[in-house]
Design a protein around this ligand. Sequence first.
Ligand code: UDP
Length: 357
Amino acid sequence: MRILVVSTPVGALGSGRGGGVELTACALVAGLLARGHRVTVLAAEESVLPTSCLAAELWTCCGSSQTSAQHQQRSAAITMPADGLLQAFWRRALLEGPGAGFEAVINLAYDWLPLWLTPLAPLPLFHLVSMGSVSEAMDLAIAELAAWDHRRLAFHTRVQAEDFCLPQAPVVLGNGFDLDAYGFCAEPEPLLGWAGRVAPEKGLEDAAAAAAQLGLPLAVWGLVEDQAYAAAVEASVPAGTLQWRGFLPTNQLQQQLGHCQALLNTPKWNEAYGNVVVEALACGVPVVAYRRGGPGELVQHGLTGLLVEPDDVTALAAAVAQVGAIERRACRAWVEANATRAVLAERVEAWLLAGLT
Ligand code: UDP
């Protein structure tokens, strides 16, 4: 097929501002290319595609970034900057898409406009929803589109899809990872890890508190979205507990992450998936997470990590102390069976084919 993949209008691919969507975009494109599809990526100016995606054509647009829906009030009206990247994407996709011969367009952004356009568009639009419910306007747009044709929507996990009003069982795609990009590390060091955007919904403060209780350092990788929040977390634990490692490209991230005894994943929201959970598992690092959202569905309790009641820091620390019982090989094996790029691409292809009939 000839497929257009529309990236996030929050930031350029490779910047980190797009969060997990950036990795999803690259995995999806590389996986579809490997299955023989012709793929064009529409993304913000300055986007960089990884080597695995170089066979894709890159279209870029410029414009002001869209504010992430998770950083607004649930009841907020939909707004777009006058020179918005979001509008630029969809103007180009809808004007040039039919002539370019795309058979399907996959939207990866959590935005109202492409959902609303779908019944009116001159070519079939499909949406991989990247978050749970964070906005009333988005809830309504997703419910309306699902009622029009639920096959145009897919989700990362079942628990994410449960946030929305859907007439039928959802299409659940999981996510995909290039296992060659993650080295297996059999022997951990006395170090805990945490990775993600440093923002309140990610709950870094709980992981920091558990690390402090255990007297272990916690390495933190990720883009600091909220400086005041990061400073407050730093101040909440003894100096030296947190090792701020910055936002690293995947090859460096995985190299460092692999040395951890465990990854702590402590979201305060219904995380749609949790890329970092699977990235840690791919390195052989067990995950100790709250039984909430995507991580609660991904972590196989007792096999690839341990799940504890949400927001219970004492239980989190106690579980981390038990993590030596988890086989690091079993963590990697779970990813090999359930979350490779090839597995994702097969599921995406089946989703498109079903939706096009
Ligand atoms: N990430 C990265 N380098 C870092 C820390 C994080 O590339 O130093 C990436 C990570 O690979 C993951 C994304 O940031 O793909 C975070 O995605 P996740 O699904 O965990 O959360 P989101 O940010 O989408 O809410």
